[in-house]
Write a protein that binds this ligand. Structure first.
Ligand code: KIV
Length: 293
């Protein structure tokens, strides 16, 4: 086989090889500009189906269609250069059978050029994980709190609160690892359970509300930037972007109302017939009227 280009992006085996080493850094990403920024810092970017809630205002991830994942996935691939891009398989596109999962996951891979997919579930998805991996699709598993099952779980609830729940969750991790998943997201589970799983499986665990003992961490970008109006307990806000946007839009609104924006430097002048610029328009001197007046 001839090789036409040198691939600079990280690939699924690069993530797997980080097991037990330097922590893996990941964030969700849904659009090109923020993907370009996160790409400078992250090992992988997840186009999570949380985009349904964060970008599109749904109450859960259940309504998210495959087409939306593909559209945002393309944007994130275009915006980034180095990070591995993983795209979530949304609810209803992979649970029915391994063959249906393959058809939909192959579509995601072909249409977006991403490096792998993520799907929710442990034991119940192990056969599907193997089917996809055997056919060339890298799979990241996701266990613990699986948000697509919110209607069965009765809410976004922390998993493994009592020790008698641990065995089933540890088995979920072991079975998807054995089936060939290249990494596992552990969401919203008690820290000792996440640490036990991390020690037990040969692939990296990526924690979100799990434990610093995981092999890596992921957060929803808008949550950690301080843009989401409400966030789970496990989120640390590393920024205050929501407040910064509010200030900037407020300043813009004030200047538009005062006619101080656009200023001469933001407007185009007309060239006079002899090639010299026509006089610049005069700046309005109307008294500023603020939104609160
Ligand atoms: O959809 C998502 O954002 C996710 C992360 C919470 C891991 O699956």
């Amino acid at each position: 086989m001839s090789i036409h280009f040198k691939r600079r992006r990280l690939m699924a085996p690069d993530i797997t090889s980080r097991k037990g080493g330097e922590p893996i850094v990941a964030l969700t990403s849904y659009h090109a500009h923020t993907a370009a920024i996160a790409d400078n810092h992250c090992d992988f970017l997840l186009v999570g189906d949380s985009l349904g809630m964060v970008m599109h205002g749904y109450e859960s991830t259940v309504p998210v269609p495959l087409e939306l994942m593909i559209m945002h996935g393309k944007a994130v691939v275009r915006g980034s250069k180095r990070a591995l891009i993983i795209i979530d398989m949304p609810f209803g596109t992979y649970e029915e059978s391994p063959a249906i999962a393959f058809r939909n996951a192959a579509r995601v891979m072909k249409e977006t050029d991403c490096g792998g997919v993520k799907l929710e579930g442990g034991r119940r998805m192990a056969e599907t994980v193997r089917y996809l991996v055997d056919r060339g699709i890298p799979v990241m598993a996701h266990i613990g709190l699986t948000p697509q099952s919110v209607n069965v779980l009765g809410g976004f609830k922390t998993q493994g609160r009592t020790v008698d729940q641990w065995h089933a969750i540890e088995e979920d991790a072991r079975l998807v690892a054995e089936a060939g998943a290249f990494a596992i997201v552990l969401e919203a589970m008690t820290a000792p359970l996440a640490e036990r799983i991390t020690k037990a499986v040969p692939i990296p665990t990526i924690g979100i509300g799990a434990s610093p003992g995981c092999d890596g961490q992921i957060l929803v970008m808008e949550d950690m930037l301080g843009l989401s109006p409400s966030v789970p307990k496990f989120v640390k806000k590393f920024g205050a972007i929501g407040a910064a946007i509010d200030r900037a839009i407020g300043a813009y609104a004030d200047e538009v109302r005062a006619r101080t924006f656009p200023a001469p430097e933001h407007t185009y002048s007309v060239k006079a017939d002899n090639g010299t610029a026509a006089p610049a328009p005069q700046r309005a001197t109307k008294k500023p009227k603020t939104s609160s007046t």
